[in-house]
Design a protein around this ligand. Structure first.
Ligand code: PLP
Length: 391
């Protein structure tokens, strides 16, 4: 598979060498981080070093980081009607989520379905702030506190939500604000302060770290959620079970390097993305870049060619050695209709042609050039085929 071009970093990113090195070193050691002997203390030291790096990525206190099995679990932990917020017990009566959330958030955590309400988005996929005001006011007037969960950047379109504005509104209504920051952390300037969030969920594998490890990060160490897993009291009682030291070490390694390389990578990836989008539009003038005029993370392009079915095109790309995704295949690998594009009211004929290219740490100019060359060939053959079928 050496000649393949991997353009699906929003699904998962190839393992970075520094993660592999940190994991290999951790796997060579024996030791349960709860043990007090030297081996146990060495495992504990690796975990605490990683906790510091992950906290640093979003400007948090290390003690406010809880390691989980990934963002899905972090979100499930965060979306709880009961919590202690900065040491004060808080009860949320309703959960408000945007219409473009990942299924991990749409599942609603510990809120029953009848207490979950969807916040509308505009055609670019940006949360409608006026509607947010109206809905928050309605709940406040009815004596209901809201937990609001809006993602930082969308996995399909890359659109960045106005988190600061959302956070300010949620706090003015005495609500609690969680953000799924899986696609933004380490890819674009982001953190507790920039977002105003009380709770942040992230995952390692979108950054080039191992799969199966993520974190819930709170605004301070006195913010605590009722645990999903009870037992040995690990993670300060927030998540029982012997820690996966190697995965945590790999996560820490990529959190540190992503933070260090952020400014450089934002510019480099934006350059590649612009080149890719210009190239697409030069080859096929009818290409639609979804959410093109919204603020987006610099690695993501969601595009559609009217009349070309995404699942057919993605298979054609795969056969030519290019890995990319159709619509919202992010979580399941299935090609199905995209709830994100439906929430944006993108016409079904266009949505069924939506493809996502997502770049990352190992993407190069040569990858983009080869992708465009292959796109030109596939475009010519698929549009020719649909012309013949229509005739
Ligand atoms: N949220 C978003 C926006 C995602 O893209 C993903 C990845 O699939 C998740 C949550 C789930 O993350 P994890 O795979 O770590 O459970």
């Amino acid at each position: 598979m050496t000649d393949r071009i991997y353009l699906d970093h929003n699904a998962t990113s190839p393992l970075r060498p520094e993660a592999r090195a940190a994991m290999t070193a951790a796997l060579a050691d024996t030791g349960n981080a709860s043990s007090i002997h030297a081996e146990g203390r060495a495992a504990r030291a690796r975990i605490e070093a990683a906790r510091e790096a992950v906290a640093g990525l979003v400007g948090a206190e290390p003690a406010a980081v809880t390691f989980t099995s990934g963002a899905t679990e972090a979100v499930a932990l965060a979306l709880s009607p009961e919590m202690e917020l900065s040491g004060r017990p808080v009860r949320c009566d309703v959960l408000l989520i945007s219409g473009v959330e990942h299924p991990a958030v749409r599942a609603g955590g510990r809120f029953p379905a009848e207490r979950i309400e969807i916040l509308p988005v505009d055609r670019e996929g940006v949360v409608d702030l006026a509607m947010l005001d109206t809905i928050l006011t309605r709940h406040r007037n009815g004596g209901r506190r809201a937990l609001v969960s809006v993602m930082a950047a969308n996995n399909e379109t890359g659109v960045i939500e106005p988190l600061r504005e959302i956070g300010a509104r949620v706090h003015a209504a005495e609500g609690v604000f969680h953000t799924d920051a899986v696609q933004i952390a380490g890819r674009y300037p982001f953190g507790l302060e920039i977002s105003g969030a009380d709770l942040i969920s992230i995952t390692s594998h979108k950054l080039g770290g191992p799969q199966g490890i993520g974190a819930l990060i709170a605004r301070d160490a006195d913010t605590r959620l009722p645990p999903l897993l009870r037992g040995g009291g690990q993670e300060r009682g927030a998540r029982a079970g012997t820690e996966n030291v190697a995965a945590i070490a790999g996560f820490g390694a990529v959190a540190a390097s992503a933070g260090m390389m952020l400014a450089e990578e934002v510019g480099r990836l934006a350059g590649l993305r612009d080149r890719l989008e210009d190239g697409l539009q030069d080859i096929a003038t009818e290409v639609v870049i979804l959410s093109e005029s919204a603020l987006r993370i610099p690695n993501t392009t969601c595009f559609a060619v009217p009349g070309v079915a995404a699942e057919v095109a993605v298979i054609a790309f795969d056969l030519e050695g290019v890995a990319l995704s159709a619509g919202s295949a992010c979580s399941s690998g299935k090609v199905g209709s995209s709830t994100t594009l439906a929430a944006m009211k993108i016409e079904p004929e266009l949505a069924q042609g939506a493809m996502r290219v997502s770049l990352g740490w190992n993407s190069t100019k040569a990858d983009v050039a080869r992708f465009l060359e292959i796109f030109a060939r596939i475009y010519a053959s698929l549009t020719e085929r649909s012309r013949i079928q229509a005739a």
